[in-house]
Design a protein around this ligand. Structure first.
Ligand SMILES: Cc1ncc(COP(=O)(O)O)c(C=O)c1O
Length: 444
């Protein structure tokens, strides 16, 4: 069923499916990831904490541009810097000085950064990092934990008979189009289990170029875990790469590595680093990065001054406005308000995780029923002007109005869910198709 409120969104999506294989450019933007039929599918514009869909509905965007927005939509300072850059020109036949200014900023700010390279997004930044690690070590294999994009090196993990990514992240992903010759080159390891990582490193002794991982997403890493990962990786002569694309600079200007207190050999960033403008960065120690001068790692738009200017200005604004501290304080307020609403409505849900990325955990045992409850939450919040998943992606434009609107909406929605569970009528309340479990995160 579909909601007439989003008629134009759904009509456009029907057209998109005829013209765009998969319907969207990013899996996380697919309507099946939200409340399909009720959630907005096409945005017309955004401002601050909010977006407007093509049907004219206004929403607080709690998915915050799939974590790409950290200051808010159309941040006036970043946009002004970008507009001035556009007027000077964005892509020349020679380099621009802003490349260096950003390099100096990243080296000053991020613990492991001594040299840097740029890309246009997260997946290609991961791929550049893997290429450099392979080139520097002269080894081929990669052990990984987390989501690292769509490229061959990563999806190669699913060429194995055991279909490694099935258990790891994406059940049912077919590595269609990935050369079979890459089988055995990428192996996942389970988060939090240093013994499993040690065993894999032993099995592939002398062959592992890199251990690539999301250091954490929304839960604090177990005490000592990342230190032990670093120790094992270095003992095996491999390069430790932190994929900080999702965490970005929300946890502090020095990134997830500074927050966790463990410095890797390389790290990759994208998404929020440039407040939504297309940009990615690969940073690392001189020893690991310098050999890249001899590797063929090269692309026209990696010097595009729009993304680089946006990143430099975003980092400056994060520092000037003390955004990581603001986000942490705001996330704490969200958790408190939502947990108070959960208690007072009797809805079996808890808002937990790190305060920088609050997560809703519905305490429903049956996984099918739970998927329906989560979908019902997304559906009913969307109808009350709150778009997102069952989590709160934070940005600096969210304030008291967003907290109040969301708390009031959650009060109504949690009441509805509590009654629906009590009277076994969740199915009757669902307009949307139940959310499909296509994207299970191994790193929480
Ligand atoms: C941890 C992580 N790495 C890599 C990527 C891929 O980035 P992109 O979608 O910009 O290619 C993502 C995207 O969600 C991510 O969360």
């Amino acid at each position: 069923m579909t909601d007439p409120r989003v008629a134009r969104s759904n009509a456009l999506y029907a057209r998109a499916q005829q013209l765009i294989p998969g319907g969207t450019q990013l899996v996380s933007r697919r309507p099946t990831r939200f409340a399909n039929g009720v959630s907005p599918v096409f945005a017309a514009r955004g401002q601050g904490a909010r977006i407007w869909d093509v049907d004219g509905n206004e929403y607080i965007d709690w998915a915050t541009g799939i974590l790409a927005i950290i200051l808010g939509y159309c941040d006036p300072v970043v946009d002004q810097a970008v507009i001035e850059q556009i007027h000077r020109g964005v892509n020349f036949s020679i380099s621009t000085e802003v490349e260096l200014e950003l390099a100096e900023e990243l080296v000053r700010t991020i613990p492991c950064a001594e040299m840097v390279r740029y890309t246009k997004g997260g997946g290609d930044a991961c791929t550049v990092a893997v290429r450099i690690a392979r080139g520097t070590t002269g080894r081929d294999k990669v052990l990984f934990c987390g989501y690292h994009g769509w490229h061959d090196w990563y999806l190669a993990a699913n060429l194995d008979a055991a279909a490694s990514l099935n258990a790891h992240l994406f059940p049912g992903i077919e590595p269609i189009g990935v050369p079979r010759a890459l089988a055995g080159t990428a192996h996942p390891f389970p988060y939090g289990d240093t013994a499993a990582l040690g065993t894999l490193l032993d099995e592939h002794r002398g062959e592992v170029a890199a251990v690539m991982m999301e250091p954490f997403r929304s839960e604090r890493p177990p005490a000592g875990y990342l230190d032990e990962v670093a120790r094992l990786t270095r003992a095996a002569g491999a390069v430790l790469i932190f994929d900080e694309v999702s965490t970005g600079l929300r946890f502090g200007l020095g990134g997830a590595q500074e927050f966790a207190g463990v410095t890797p050999d390389m790290a990759v960033y994208a998404k929020s680093m440039s407040n939504g403008y297309s940009f990615g960065a690969v940073v690392g120690t001189r020893a690991v990065m310098e050999p890249a001068a001899r590797m063929f790692v090269s692309s026209t738009y990696w010097s595009d001054a729009v993304g680089i200017r946006a990143a430099l200005t975003t980092i400056g604004e994060l520092r000037r406005r003390n955004v990581p501290a603001q986000i942490a304080a705001y996330g704490e307020q969200i958790q408190q308000s939502i947990n108070e609403v959960a208690r007072s409505t009797g809805c079996p849900v808890k808002c937990g995780g790190l305060v920088q990325y609050p997560q809703l955990q519905f305490q429903v045992d049956d996984p099918h029923l739970k998927a329906k409850v989560v979908t019902l939450y997304i559906q009913e919040m969307a109808r009350r002007g709150c778009h997102g998943y069952a989590s709160f992606g934070l940005n600096a434009a969210q304030g008291a109005a967003e907290l109040q609107q969301t708390t009031e909406a959650a009060r109504e929605v949690f009441t509805l869910i509590a009654e629906g569970l009590h009277s076994q009528s969740i199915d009757r309340l669902l307009i949307a198709q139940p959310q499909q479990e296509t994207f299970r995160r191994l790193v929480h």
